[in-house]
Write a protein that binds this ligand. Structure first.
Ligand SMILES: Nc1ncnc2c1ncn2[C@@H]1O[C@H](COP(=O)(O)OP(=O)(O)OP(=O)(O)O)[C@@H](O)[C@H]1O
Length: 341
C-alpha cells in the first residue's frame, strides 16, 4: 500500500506537487493520470525516495522507501527506462541489481523469460529500442518479487503485443493482491487496465475514484432523445438535477435522468419519442473534461497560434481555481455539470 499525506514538492518557485494526500490500495490497478507537467513523475520519484518531499510524507507498506532494508523486495519501480548502464548486457544489468539483494540467477532468468527479453538478454542495453528498454525496466521492477509496483508510462514505445502484455501483467499482479500504481497517457489502455484512478492537475488531486465513477461523472447519465416535441418534453423533465443540450430540431441530449424515467414521463404526457439512446462516455472524454482547466502546456491547431481563435493562455496558472475533487465515496463535484441549452 502507498500512502501520501500532504505530499509536496517545489523546485525553486515552481510547485510541482501541491500537498496531495492519497492511498493506493493493494489488490487493484490504480491508474495515475494527468496532463504533461501535472506532477505524476515527481510524485512517483518521491515514493521511491529519488526526490525528497518539500512537505508532507509518503510511505510504502507503512514505511518511507529509504527505511526498507531490502527495497527491491518491497517496491519495484519503472521510472526512467533509460537510466541503465548502456554498455552492460540486459542479463548483466539484472544480475548486478540482483546481487545487491542476494537475488538468485534463477530469478534473473525468470524475469528475462517473463518480459520476453530472452533473445536479446546478452546484447548491450545501449542498442535497445525504446520498447526493449521498457521491458528491461519492468524486468528490473519484478526482480525482487515485490508487493508494490510502480510503473511510470510502462507502455511507452511498446508494440501492440507489448501493450497487451503490460495490461495483463498489471492486472495479474493486482489479482495476486499486490499494489499496482501506473501512469499512462494512453486513455484507451488505462480504461481497460485500471480499476481505480487518481487524476492530478497542476500538482493537485482532481479525482480519486473507481474508474467507472470517473467515466460516468458520478452517475450523471446522458441520453440522446429524438422527439417532435423537445420543448414540451424538456418542460416536463426540468429540475435542478437535469440538464439539456439541443443537438438538432428534434434531437437533444439529456443529462441526469435515466432512459426509463424519460420514457415514462413522455408516455404520461403523450409525447412521441422515436430515439432513446444511452450515451457511452469514454475515459478520454471524461478525462478531457476533468483536466480542461489543468493543462499547463496548451496546444493549438496547426496554423493557429495562441490568441487566433483559441482561448488565450492563463496569465497565472498557479492562481487557477481547482475544482473540488471526485472522491471515492460520493457524488461528484469535479465536473462543471451539464450544459443548459
Ligand atoms: N528537476 C526539476 N527541476 C525543476 N522543475 C522540475 C523538475 N522536475 C520536474 N519539474 C517540474 O515539475 C512539474 C511536474 O513535472 P512532472 O515531470 O512530475 O510532471 P508529469 O505529470 O510527470 O509530466 P509528464 O506527463 O510530461 O511526464 C513540471 O512543471 C516540471 O517542469
Amino acid at each position: 500500500m502507498i500512502e501520501a499525506h500532504s505530499l509536496a514538492k517545489t523546485y525553486g518557485s515552481k510547485t510541482a506537487v501541491d500537498g496531495i494526500s492519497f492511498t493506493v490500495q493493494p489488490g487493484r490497478v490504480t491508474g495515475f493520470l494527468g496532463p504533461n507537467g501535472a506532477g505524476k513523475s515527481t510524485t512517483m520519484r518521491m515514493i521511491v525516495g529519488l526526490d525528497r518531499p518539500s512537505g508532507g510524507a509518503v510511505t510504502v507498506n507503512g514505511k518511507p522507501y529509504a527505511q526498507h532494508k531490502a527495497p527491491l523486495h518491497e517496491v519495484g519501480a519503472l521510472l526512467d527506462a533509460k537510466a541503465v548502464h548502456t554498455k552492460r548486457s540486459a542479463y548483466n544489468h539484472l544480475r548486478a541489481l540482483a546481487t545487491t539483494h542476494g537475488i538468485s540467477k534463477k530469478r534473473v532468468n525468470e524475469v528475462i523469460e517473463l518480459t520476453g527479453l530472452g533473445p536479446v538478454a546478452k546484447r548491450r542495453v545501449g542498442g535497445f529500442s525504446l520498447g526493449m528498454g521498457q521491458r528491461l525496466g519492468i524486468a528490473a521492477a519484478l526482480l525482487g518479487d515485490p508487493q508494490t509496483l510502480i510503473f511510470d508510462e510502462p507502455v511507452n514505445g511498446l508494440d501492440p503485443e507489448g501493450v497487451l502484455w503490460v495490461r495483463n501483467l498489471a492486472k495479474g499482479l493486482a489479482a495476486e493482491g499486490r499494489t499496482v500504481f501506473l501512469s499512462s497517457h494512453l486513455m484507451s489502455e488505462m480504461a481497460v487496465t485500471a480499476d481505480h484512478l487518481i487524476v492530478i492537475g497542476r500538482g493537485r488531486i482532481i479525482a480519486d475514484a473507481p474508474i467507472g465513477e470517473v467515466i460516468d461523472g458520478g452517475g450523471r447519465l446522458r441520453t440522446l432523445v429524438r422527439t417532435d416535441q423537445p420543448a414540451e418534453l424538456r418542460r416536463e423533465l426540468e429540475n435542478r438535477e437535469t440538464s439539456f443540450v439541443e443537438m438538432g430540431p428534434d434531437l437533444m441530449e439529456i443529462t441526469g435522468r435515466d432512459p426509463r424515467t424519460i420514457a415514462e414521463v413522455a408516455l404520461a404526457r403523450q409525447i412521441l419519442i422515436y430515439e432513446l439512446t444511452p450515451r457511452q462516455v469514454s475515459l478520454e472524454d471524461a478525462y478531457m473534461e476533468l483536466t480542461r482547466d489543468q493543462v499547463e502546456y496548451q496546444s493549438h491547431p496547426v496554423g493557429q497560434a495562441s490568441g487566433q481563435g483559441s482561448p488565450p493562455p492563463q496569465e497565472d496558472p498557479e492562481q487557477q481555481e481547482v475544482p473540488a475533487p471526485v472522491r471515492k465515496t460520493g457524488a461528484h463535484a469535479a465536473r462543471s455539470g451539464g450544459t443548459s441549452a
